[in-house]
Structures are given as C-alpha cells and as structure tokens.
Ligand binder design. Sequence first.
Ligand code: 8IG
Length: 276
Amino acid sequence: MSTTAHPLDDPAADPFAIAKEAAEQLAAATGVASHDVALTLGSGWAKAADLIGETVATIPATDIVGFSKPALTGHVGTLRSIRLPNGRHALVIGARTHYYEGHGVRRVVHSVRTAAAAGAKVMVLTNGAGGIKDHWTAGTPVLISDHINLTADSPLEGANFVDLTDLYASRLRDVARSVQPDLDEGVYVQFRGPHYETPAEVQMAKAIGGHIVGMSTALEAIAAREAGMEVLGFSLITNLAAGISPDPLDHAEVLQAGKDAEPVISDLLARVVAAL
Ligand code: 8IG
C-alpha cells in the first residue's frame, strides 16, 4: 500500500505558508485574484450555494495543496468561485475535513486558513446537526450564537491567546435576521464524534448551555477568528438530539428533512450573502 505524505502532517511545516500557497493556486485555477466571503457547506447544505450567484469556476479540492480527499460520499469535494449579484466573489468550500477523520486539527482548519489567505473577510460556516430545543423540527435552519468546544483540541499552536468574545458576530446575526426575522439561534456544542451522543451526553450538553450538537464548526470558527475573519454560523437541524424526541432517530426521515429543507436554506443563504 502506498501512502502519500500530506504537507500539513509534517510538524515542521508552517500551516499559514501552506494556506498562502493554496490561495495562490486557487487564484490561478479560478482566475479570481481574491475572494471577499467564504462559505463552508455542511451536510444538508450542498445545494444551498446554487442560488447565491453565478459560478465562475469549480475545481476539485484535491487540486489545491493541503486539501484532503473527502471521507464521505455526499460530501462534495469541490471548491467553487461564485460571482455574487453585488459583484463580490464568494469561495464555496464543499470539502470539509472533519475532526473525527483523525488527521489532526491543522487539516480540519486548512480550508478556513486558505479562505483567509484568499482575501475572505467573512467566513460562513454551515452544518447539519442535532437539536436540543424540543420545538425545533427536522429541517429548521438556526443561527449559531456561540459554541462549546468539547474536542479538547484547538487549531491554535503555542501561547496564542485569541479572544473569542462575539465569535459568531452579532453584526452578522443581525444581518441574517434582517432577511429572516424568525430565525432562532442557539449554542453549538462540538463533540468529537463520529458516534452520536448518548441521551445522557445530550442532557449534559443542555445543562452546560448547549442547544445544538454536532461534529464540526467550532474548531473552524476559532481558526477563522485567529485569521481575523468575521464568522457567521448556521446549523440545519436535521434531527432532534438523542433522547430529546421519544421517537428513535430514523435515518431516512433525517435525509428527507434535509432534502425538503433545501429550497428554503438555499434561498436563506442567497439572501443573507447578498446582504453581507
Ligand atoms: I446531521 O445528533 C447530525 N449531526 N454530534 N449529533 C451530532 N452530530 C450530528 C447530529 C447529532 N445530527
């Protein structure tokens, strides 16, 4: 079996230098010198970028240095450059590396660092997640107001004390609510996964102030803040978290809820990005 060395796996490598190189490759491959906003599409959100503007270029993420092969089919491994109606450029990242893949946090946040190096000042992070508020139904998009990072890891290396106050910028949440006033919000709890939580763990997440459970986003948000970007986070609640609903989780129903939500969240994302 042959293994391919990954540049971010070399402890001596500088992840920011690799992100800069990735941004240069991206500019060359897309013909777009700089991007203004970046969006990471989580599960359920893959179609959501279709409405935001005109696709200028679509490239396989693995053409760009530092990006990893997608672990899951259905996780689209592409990077897309989209020209927005307001003339700005959005980088759409359909290639998320999850912490549970076990490749380390540098690989998890490489796309965010590349987006920052490509010029993006706003990072929109989306995911599919479990809901703890029992009035949420499958297919509800919610704003992330804050997070609790239960991975016991950080993308920051060394004594780098980055302030995370207002990490999910209230300014951007206000923009989102200006286009959809009834958007609810909640605190996102990132677990390591890939197993889902036990009902007891969901009760713990609730007791410590969480409303949404998932396996991504928090580490990426920290890296985005470190890079000086403003962060906007959305969760698509595709299921109630374990034990919150009396009914066991039905995977087909979860997938169907995500599908049904597609037109709604596409429209939401398009209107929010236009208003940023
Ligand atoms: I979709 O209930 C989705 N992703 N941790 N828990 C966690 N991640 C999720 C869940 C969930 N649903």
